[in-house]
Design a binder for this molecule. Sequence first.
Ligand code: SF4
Length: 189
Amino acid sequence: MNTLCAAGTGAFLSSQAQRLGVDVENLGKIAMESKNPIKIAAKCTVFAESDLVHKAQIGHSKQDIIAGLCKAVVSNYLNNVGKGKNIQEQIVFQGGVSKNDGVIKYFKEATGKDIYVDKNSHLLGALGVAILAKKSGTERLFNFNISEQDFITLGEECNGCSNNCEVIKVYKNGEVIDKWGNRCENTKV
Ligand code: SF4
């Protein structure tokens, strides 16, 4: 959902689901069973994780913790990515997290707007990339046997300036195919 803070992403929900011993696909359903969603510190992934462990230790129910997590993702997203943006009448929600009924519910509550979720909402990002790729007019052979390819990610710190950006690089069969985290194009890594 965003590149500004991990606590507003599906990957964050996925890792917390694993920590709580539930399938990520069931988070939304479990969140909807909550009668009293708890407040989880959502400003940062590290705080959110330790807060979640603390809330579980003091005896809050799984339903209330998961509902709190869904709420935390919404508040993190609106306070980081959505900050200062003019929200229109209807919000189109796409990506894997849009399959989470709990997150949809708290987006509705927080914005007071209709949230439109297409039945293929989880695929829209891939569709958009496919359209952009087609429009670019560039063609490259692609091997669809993904399971036979070797993908790894490695983090490296750029020392090009005092920002010292942590750059994450994706390697396919030993070759860098993408990277992110650099705040400028002059990255040294
Ligand atoms: S990526 Fe750019 S902004 Fe970040 S440390 Fe390197 S030179 Fe500085």
